[in-house]
Design a protein around this ligand. Structure first.
Ligand code: ITT
Length: 194
């Protein structure tokens, strides 16, 4: 197994997530390589993304020889759903999907939603776990729109670009403002200083 000091692994089964961070990574001149490891992590049902992220990280810590990170993300409909689906995002996407979510919303103009992402990074060489977070605020679209991105992207309209869903943005546009883009950029800033 590779234990190169200059390789950082992203443990995820989600190829879209890996593509997004790779786009950001390739524009930086880092001394590290970034590689995907698709190892099954354990996702517990907890109240916060941070708890889920920490458990997820520890569930694969013994399987990886080197520094690595995992990411836990969630889609929170603050109004009218009081944060649902949040930590239940994967389950809700698999069961009722975006169509089902739209049926739960009565006034789209008044809806409020956000994406959050927590990266938990295990820095092998100092034997420490560090967290990096990103959030993006917006609302729910009244229709499913756009072909880009994945997951809830076709129903999320960020406040900062109020005419488009995330799925109607280019990968670069989404990365500039997204929860994942923010969290990953913080991780890269940290690694740049090491
Ligand atoms: P991992 O292997 O990295 O855990 P996952 O797809 O299980 O990948 P999460 O648990 O972090 O990812 O995400 C919870 C759900 O939220 C999941 O259904 C994703 O599709 C969705 N999601 C996460 N980030 C998203 C984004 O940027 N845009 C749209 N949906 C997203």
């Amino acid at each position: 197994m590779n234990n190169d000091e200059n390789t950082v692994y992203f443990v995820t089964g989600n190829k879209f997530k890996f593509q997004e961070v790779s786009e950001i990574f390739k524009d930086k001149n880092m001394k590290y390589d970034l590689k995907q490891r698709d190892i099954k992590t354990t996702e517990i049902q907890a109240h916060s993304l941070r708890e889920v992220a920490l458990f997820k990280l520890n569930s694969v810590k013994n399987s990886i020889d080197g520094s690595f990170f995992i990411e836990d993300a969630g889609f929170f409909i603050d109004s009218p759903l009081k944060g649902f689906p949040g930590v239940y995002s994967s389950y809700v996407l698999k069961t009722i999907g975006n169509e089902g979510i739209l049926k739960l919303i009565d006034d789209f103009e008044l809806s409020k939603a956000h994406f959050s992402a927590i990266i938990a990074f295990y820095h092998k060489f100092i034997d420490k776990i560090l967290f990096f977070e990103g959030n993006v605020e917006g609302r729910v679209s009244n229709t499913i729109r756009g072909k880009g991105g994945f997951g809830f992207d076709p129903i999320f309209i960020p406040n900062i670009l109020p005419d488009k869903t995330f799925a109607e943005l280019s990968a670069e546009e989404k990365n500039k403002i997204s929860h994942r883009g923010q969290a990953f950029t913080k991780l890269l800033d940290y690694l740049e200083k090491k």
